[in-house]
Design a protein around this ligand. Structure first.
Ligand SMILES: CC(C)(COP(=O)(O)OP(=O)(O)OC[C@H]1O[C@@H](n2cnc3c(N)ncnc32)[C@H](O)[C@@H]1OP(=O)(O)O)[C@@H](O)C(=O)NCCC(=O)NCCS
Length: 200
C-alpha cells in the first residue's frame, strides 16, 4: 500500500490519522484526532474538523467544510464549497457576552452514509443523516434526513426523484418499479423508501 501524499502547504495535525493512498492537496486543513481512511482525496482548501471520521475512497472537493463530529462512510463525495454544519443555533458569545469555548456548547455532526454524494455549495444542517447512495443537488439546503437513494434539491431540500448506485436518476417503468437507465438495475419503492431489487 502506498503512503499518504500530503502537500507541503497542507495543515495536517500530527494526531490526525491518514490512510494509505490518501492524497491531501494544497492548503487543506485536517484537525486533531481526525481519521481519514484509505485512497481518499482532499481538494485544495478542504477542511476536516477535530475528530471527524472519514472512511475509504472519500472525495472532498475544493473548499468543502466538514465540521465535527461528522461521520462520512466509505465512498462518499462532498462537492466543492459544500458545508456540513454542526450547530443549529449558533452564537459566538453567551448571554453575559463572554466568548463561548468548546466546552460551552455541544456540536451535532452530520452523518453521510456510504456512497452518498453532496453537490456543490450544498449546506447540510447539523445532525442530519444523508442516506446511502443519496444525491443532494447543487445548492440545496438539507433540513431533514435524506432517505437512501433519494435525490433532493432546493431550499429547503425536497425529494425530486430517486438515483441508483450509478448516480443517475431512475425511471419509473411501473408504479413503484424503478430502473436505472445506465445499469438496468431494478429498484422497488415501498412506503416512501427505495431499495434495490424486485418487489418481494
Ligand atoms: C439535481 C441534478 C442531479 C439534476 O440533474 P438532472 O436530472 O439532469 O436535471 P435537469 O437538469 O434535467 O433538471 C430537472 C429540473 O430540476 C431543476 N434542477 C436541476 N438542478 C437543480 C438544483 N441543483 N437545484 C434545484 N433544482 C434543480 C431544473 O431546473 C429542472 O427544473 P424544471 O423541470 O422545472 O425545468 C443536478 O442538476 C445537480 O445539481 N447535480 C449535482 C452537481 C454537483 O454539484 N456536482 C459536484 C461536482 S462539481
Amino acid at each position: 500500500m502506498t503512503e499518504p501524499r500530503i502537500a507541503p502547504t497542507a495543515d495536517v495535525d500530527p494526531t490526525a490519522k491518514i490512510g494509505a493512498g490518501t492524497v491531501v492537496w494544497h492548503l487543506a486543513q485536517v484537525r486533531e484526532d481526525a481519521l481519514l481512511g484509505e485512497q481518499c482525496i482532499l481538494g485544495r482548501g478542504a477542511y476536516v474538523g477535530p475528530g471527524v471520521r472519514i472512511g475509504d475512497r472519500v472525495k472532498l472537493q475544493n473548499y468543502a467544510l466538514v465540521y465535527e463530529p461528522a461521520v462520512l462512510e466509505d465512498g462518499v463525495f462532498i462537492g466543492p464549497a459544500a458545508v456540513l454544519t454542526n450547530d443549529v443555533y449558533p452564537r459566538s458569545t453567551d448571554v453575559g457576552g463572554a466568548l463561548k469555548r468548546d466546552g460551552d456548547w455541544s456540536a451535532e455532526g452530520v452523518v453521510v452514509r456510504e456512497n452518498a454524494s453532496v453537490g456543490a455549495r450544498a449546506v447540510i444542517l447539523a445532525g442530519r443523516t444523508i442516506g446511502r447512495y443519496a444525491l443532494v443537488a447543487a445548492g440545496a439546503v438539507v433540513t431533514r434526513d435524506v432517505p437512501d437513494f433519494a435525490l433532493v434539491a432546493g431550499n429547503p431540500a425536497r425529494r425530486a426523484g430517486w438515483v441508483g448506485r450509478a448516480g443517475v436518476t431512475l425511471r419509473e417503468e411501473a408504479p413503484g418499479r424503478w430502473r436505472c437507465p445506465r445499469t438496468e438495475e431494478l429498484y422497488t419503492e415501498r412506503d416512501g423508501l427505495l431499495a434495490p431489487g424486485e418487489p418481494s
